[in-house]
Ligand binder design. Structure first.
Ligand SMILES: Nc1ncnc2c1ncn2[C@@H]1O[C@H](COP(=O)(O)OP(=O)(O)O)[C@@H](O)[C@H]1O
Ligand SMILES: [Mg+2]
Length: 423
């Protein structure tokens, strides 16, 4: 293997013996090369800038600047680097803070050789797939827009409120970002009462209204200025500050905004309103895929049946719709297979009921996939992200051709007139 192909590693630990042991462990791996060693957080920042390593092994507990602060500082300046955090304890809070700082992996000392090699190779793969667009096998390295690629727009929707649309959308966006390392946008499509600011603990005076107000000037720069970065690097377009300003955003605005997002991001996750009004439909129309959330409650099942009928009348292709059972729990008295028969549709995936952990995560402003990363619910949401990621590979666009934009629906207003004029 040539030197160039080697994974370049920076080791950061305040204890010399640990640094040396890690280096020894890596010495015989032909595809891994230790390029530098740092003994403090500050030294790590300087060396990361100097050596631009592929992977950093970062001790969490160091005097002065700890591993978390160093990771934050490094990733803001050397964003392509992947950080593996190392700790002597496996505390949940350490894990959560590391992930929020942008670390990709978390290893607990003493670290076995295999664990170490696997983690380094895994995060390095994430690095090399960064921003590469899998759908058409296009050359890697460019942003979606530059390679004339279109990102995938995933709407999370439920025809029933309170089913978990907003929390699943937020967690799906974070899981997608963490499992693919690609550019992920999250749009709060609840124009009257958006929740994403609270769920992700993001405060900003800039919202989707600022795009609507300057829609004729809408471009990458304006978009970047209005979107706010979550610590996981998911970029979030927040909802209007109050219901009345939400009215300033029209369906046309939404179409133009989603169109631009699709060119700028690999994945665009939209938290949608539970509604069949024009603005909600504009988001569903624009989506390549709709994750339709349901629970095992009769009222929800009734609405799902009606939604599936409407989706058929709107001529949404069957593969556009993925049914997801949220808050899955076998104490509901309704077996899943019976429900599937009733709605004549398969449930693609189930997300376990997290009970109070979900409310706890919301109240902390930390997504569950970070706060309780190893819980069944988090695993299910990562599986959902995997489903989204896989779909891109499974359904490649024709070579050299961008994913076609959604057919420009002639602007008929209202569900009734759209459906009636189709007949
Ligand atoms: N998988 C889950 N496990 C436990 N609670 C959940 C789960 N998904 C959603 N919730 C809870 O359901 C409620 C509604 O969630 P929310 O995302 O606001 O729904 P929606 O956006 O569909 O109205 C919240 O209290 C949330 O904590
Ligand atoms: Mg909601």
């Amino acid at each position: 293997m040539s030197d160039q192909a080697k994974i370049r590693v920076l080791i950061v630990d305040d204890i010399a013996e640990t640094r040396d042991n890690l280096e020894k462990l890596l010495f015989f791996e032909k595809d891994i090369e230790v390029v530098a060693k740092a003994s403090t957080g500050r030294e790590a920042v300087a060396m990361a800038k100097q050596y631009t390593p592929d992977v950093i092994l970062m001790d969490i507990n160091m005097p002065e600047m700890d591993g978390i602060a160093a990771t934050e500082a490094i990733l803001s300046q050397v964003p392509a680097t992947q950080v593996i955090m190392m700790s002597v304890q496996g505390e949940q809070d350490y894990l959560r803070r590391s992930m929020l700082a942008g670390a990709r992996e978390f290893l607990i000392k003493p670290i076995s050789a295999d664990e170490l090699y696997n983690a380094i190779r895994h995060v390095n793969r994430l690095r090399t797939t960064d921003r590469r667009y899998v759908s058409s096998g296009a050359p890697q390295g460019g942003e979606a827009a530059e390679a004339n690629q279109q990102g995938q727009v995933v709407a999370v929707f439920s025809p029933k409120g309170g089913v978990g649309t907003s929390v699943v959308a937020a967690n799906l966006a974070v899981a997608l970002r963490q499992s693919t390392n690609k550019k992920v946008a999250l749009v709060d499509g609840n124009l009257s009462l958006g929740d994403q600011g609270v769920i992700l603990n993001l405060k900003s005076s800039k919202t989707i209204v600022d795009l609507a107000n300057r829609i004729s000037e809408l471009d990458r720069e304006l978009l970047n200025d209005v979107m706010i970065a979550h610590p996981t690097q998911v970029k979030v377009l927040l909802a209007p500050p109050n219901p009345q300003t939400g009215e300033l955003v029209t369906s046309d605005h939404l179409r133009a905004i989603i169109d631009l997002l699709r060119r700028e991001y690999d994945y665009v996750v939209i938290d949608t309103q539970s509604s069949f009004q024009d603005k909600a439909l504009a988001m569903l129309d624009a989506a390549d895929r709709i994750m339709v959330l349901m629970t095992l409650e009769m009222t929800c099942i009734k609405n799902i049946t009606q939604f599936l009928e409407v989706a058929g009348l709107l001529e949404y292709p069957a593969e556009k719709i993925t049914l997801v059972l949220n808050k899955a729990d076998n104490r509901m008295g309704l077996p899943v297979n019976v429900v599937e028969d009733t709605i004549r549709h398969k449930i693609a995936l189930q997300i376990a009921n997290a009970g109070a952990d979900m409310a706890l995560a919301i109240n902390k402003g930390v997504p569950l996939v970070i706060d309780k990363r190893t819980s069944q619910t988090s695993k299910d949401i990562f599986a959902l992200a995997n489903l989204v990621g896989r779909a891109v590979v499974a359904a490649p666009a024709e070579p050299g051709k961008a994913v076609p934009a959604k057919p420009a629906e002639k602007e008929k207003s209202g569900l009734f007139s759209r459906i009636m004029t189709k007949r």
